[in-house]
Design a binder for this molecule. Structure first.
Ligand code: ZN
Length: 341
C-alpha cells in the first residue's frame, strides 16, 4: 500500500471540501458498523425494486488525458488514460459532494495526478533502476529477444549487473517492476486478417514478434479493423505487421508489453520522472475523517446506502439486490474500525 499518512494531507485542500457540518464521526460510524454486522440478513425481494434504475456510465475518454490541477493550475499530460480517469474523476468528485451533503467528513485527494504538487519520490514511483543481480538460470529465448528489443544497447544475453533499465509501471503489490519496449511491434498471422485490415478469425492474437511462441499483446476480435504496415524485405512469410490498434480497440489491452522483474534483482532506484507515470492514475484517494484510502467509484453507492441506513443494496447499472452486509469489509476499510483507533 501507499506509504502516505494522514498527516501529509493538505489542510487547505481538505478543509475546502469538508467544511460542512459532520454528522458521522468515527464513534457514530463505528456504532453503525457494529449494528450492521450484528443485524440479521434481510429478505431479498424477488423482483428488482423501483428505485433500482440504470445510471448511464460516463462516456469513455480518449486514450490520452490532461489533468488540470485544482490547487496549482498545472497541466499534467498522460499519454494513455488506462483507467478512464477523466470519467472516473468526475464520478468520484460528484460522489464526494453528495456524501458530504449527507454529513460525512469526506474529501477527494487527487493531488497525485499533478506532477507539480506531488513528486515521483513522494509517491514512491521510480522511473529507472540499476540491475544488481541477474536471473539464474539464463532467461528463456523469448525473454532474451525481448530484452534486446527493449534495451537495444544491452548485451545479447540480456541484463548484466550494473545495467540501468527503465521502469514503466509497477504491479499492485509493488514487488514487481516492469521494463517496456521503446518501439513495440504488433504482428498478426496473415491468415487471420483480410487485405483491407479486417480481422477474420476467432481467437486471433497480436504478437510482439512474428513468432508463434512469442509474447502476445492481446487477442483481437473478428471484424476489428487494423492498419497494415507496408511489408519490408525480410518480413517472415505468413505474418503481417500492423499499427498499434488504439483507435478501434475500445480496450486497454494494448498497453505496451512489458516484462516483470522481481525487486530483488534491482537496486539504486531513481525517481526522475521523464513523463508522468501512469501509476499516478491509480492514486486518487478518499480522505474520510482524516484517514486516507484508495478511492473506488463503487464505494460511493456503498457508502450512500450505509449512511441512509439501508440494509439492502442495489448497485447502479444492475437489477440485482443484495444485503449491504456483504460490503461490511469494504465499509470497515473505508471508515476504519474501532480496533484501529
Ligand atoms: Zn498541482
Amino acid at each position: 500500500m501507499k506509504k502516505l499518512n494522514p498527516d501529509e494531507i493538505d489542510d487547505a485542500r481538505a478543509s475546502t471540501l469538508a467544511a460542512e457540518g459532520v454528522l458521522f464521526d468515527r464513534a457514530k460510524l463505528n456504532a453503525m458498523l457494529e449494528d450492521l454486522a450484528s443485524s440479521p440478513a434481510p429478505e431479498i425481494p424477488t423482483r428488482p425494486q423501483a428505485m433500482c434504475y440504470a445510471i448511464a456510465l460516463p462516456p469513455r475518454s480518449e486514450s490520452s488525458f490532461e489533468y488540470v490541477c485544482k490547487t496549482c493550475g498545472t497541466h499534467t499530460f498522460y499519454k494513455r488514460d488506462w483507467r478512464n480517469t477523466e470519467g472516473l474523476l468526475a464520478e468520484l468528485r460528484e460522489g464526494a459532494v453528495s456524501l458530504r451533503a449527507m454529513g460525512l467528513d469526506i474529501s477527494l485527494d487527487e493531488s497525485a495526478l499533478c506532477c507539480k504538487c506531488r513528486s515521483a519520490k513522494d509517491l514512491d514511483i521510480p522511473s529507472s533502476c540499476k540491475v544488481v543481480k541477474v536471473k539464474e538460470p539464463a532467461p528463456l529465448p523469448w525473454f532474451k529477444r525481448l530484452l534486446q528489443s527493449v534495451l537495444p544497447s544491452s548485451p545479447p544475453q540480456g541484463f548484466q549487473v550494473g545495467d540501468i533499465v527503465a521502469i514503466k509501471d509497477f504491479g499492485n503489490n509493488r514487488r514487481c517492476f516492469y521494463v517496456a519496449p521503446i518501439h513495440p511491434a504488433y504482428w498478426i498471422k496473415s491468415k487471420d486478417i483480410s487485405d483491407n485490415g479486417k480481422v477474420t478469425s476467432f481467437g486471433a492474437f497480436l504478437y510482439c514478434q512474428p513468432r508463434e511462441d512469442d509474447i502476445i499483446h492481446a487477442n483481437v476480435s473478428v471484424g476489428m479493423c487494423l492498419k497494415i504496415l507496408p511489408a519490408k524485405p525480410g518480413d517472415p512469410k505468413g505474418w503481417v505487421q500492423v499499427e498499434r490498434p488504439s483507435s478501434c480497440s475500445g480496450s486497454d489491452d494494448f498497453a505496451d508489453y512489458s516484462i516483470g522483474i522481481d525487486k530483488e534483482f534491482l537496486g539504486d532506484f531513481s525517481y526522475d520522472e521523464p513523463e508522468p507515470s501512469s501509476s499516478r492514475l491509480g492514486m486518487i484517494d478518499w480522505v474520510i475523517n482524516g484517514r486516507r484510502i484508495e478511492a473506488k467509484t463503487r464505494d460511493i453507492d456503498i457508502m450512500q446506502s450505509f449512511l441512509k441506513g439501508d440494509r439492502l443494496r442495489c448497485p447502479p447499472n444492475s437489477s440485482s439486490v443484495y444485503p449491504l452486509k456483504e460490503e461490511l469489509l469494504r465499509l470497515e476499510e473505508l471508515f476504519g474500525t474501532s480496533k484501529e483507533t
